[in-house]
Design a protein around this ligand. Structure first.
Ligand code: ACM
Length: 270
């Protein structure tokens, strides 16, 4: 199967959803891709000072502005999109309104899935509820099986491993990376799981009063052998797309005698 996967490395204007969606509309116009990944909190920005700010840009997963924009664009461009957004929702165990650091998969046939970040990073723990969606594999355009994880989930190898054990052929990884190690580590995540990964990172410096963060860019696509198929630099916005065969990720044989998943020894790991 020939399948075009890509990322959009982006620099959102902090808390200006309208402006960011207008810019993305232009950037994504005419891009030919089957599956395109955007960064974590792609349209809201990241450096929040307090919960109040997060609430101002948090969106409903069913009919939020960002969600609706991408669901429509998905039909129009015949592309599956994975996009990070701050999701407001009711925590069913406490009945309290909370915000999750989430991403959605929006498909051209109208199907739609949400993942809530499992491992919160640094000050995110002040604003966001730890994700409770679990790690599921969903179907993107043309039946391709994708798993979603968000940024800091990378440092817990169990995240990618779980998605692969559940059948993911491509791991979609919206990010706002600040530490220097992830891009290198994702080569290993790819190799140790024999899976495609797409890390879509943002660029630029974001300043909010006394808070400041710089994001590392270098978005990349890796294949099941850990080869980098496409990458971008650490400062420019841009889109990269590559054609792959997702079924390559179904072959878990490392040698004629070694199956990556069947050879695991969980009884020895405890
Ligand atoms: C991160 O999880 N945004 C580093």
């Amino acid at each position: 199967m020939q399948y075009k996967i890509g990322f959009c490395q982006f620099k959102p204007v902090f808390m200006d959803i309208k402006c960011n969606l207008e810019r993305l509309n232009k950037l994504l116009c005419g891009v030919e891709s089957d599956l395109l990944i955007l960064p974590e909190l792609a349209v809201s920005g990241y450096v929040f000072k307090d919960k109040k700010e997060v609430w101002r840009v948090a969106e409903d997963a069913i009919d939020g502005e960002t969600v609706n924009f991408f669901r429509n664009l998905s039909r129009k461009n015949s592309t599956s999109y994975v996009v990070g957004f701050p999701e407001k929702a009711k925590n069913l165990s406490t009945s309290k309104q909370v915000v999750y650091n989430s991403c959605f998969l929006a498909n051209p046939d109208g199907s739609y899935y949400v993942y809530r970040k499992t491992h919160l990073f640094n000050r995110e723990t002040l604003f966001f509820e730890p994700g409770n969606s679990g790690l599921s594999v969903h179907t993107a355009k043309n039946g391709v099986k994708v798993g979603m994880m968000i940024c800091f989930d990378w440092i817990f190898p169990e995240t990618a491993r779980t998605l692969v054990m559940r059948g993911a052929q491509i791991i979609c990884h919206p990010s706002n990376l600040v530490l220097p190690w992830c891009q290198q580590a994702m080569i290993t995540r790819s190799l140790e799981n024999r899976v495609f990964t797409v890390t879509s990172n943002r660029v630029g410096k974001e300043i909010n009063r006394d808070l400041e963060m710089s994001f590392t860019g270098q978005s990349q696509i890796t294949d099941p052998q850990g080869k980098i198929l496409r990458c971008l630099n650490d400062h420019e916005e841009g889109i990269r797309v590559v054609t792959v065969n997702p079924e390559e990720a179904d072959n878990k044989m490392v040698t004629a005698y070694n199956h990556l998943l069947n050879d695991r020894r969980p009884d020895q790991y405890e």
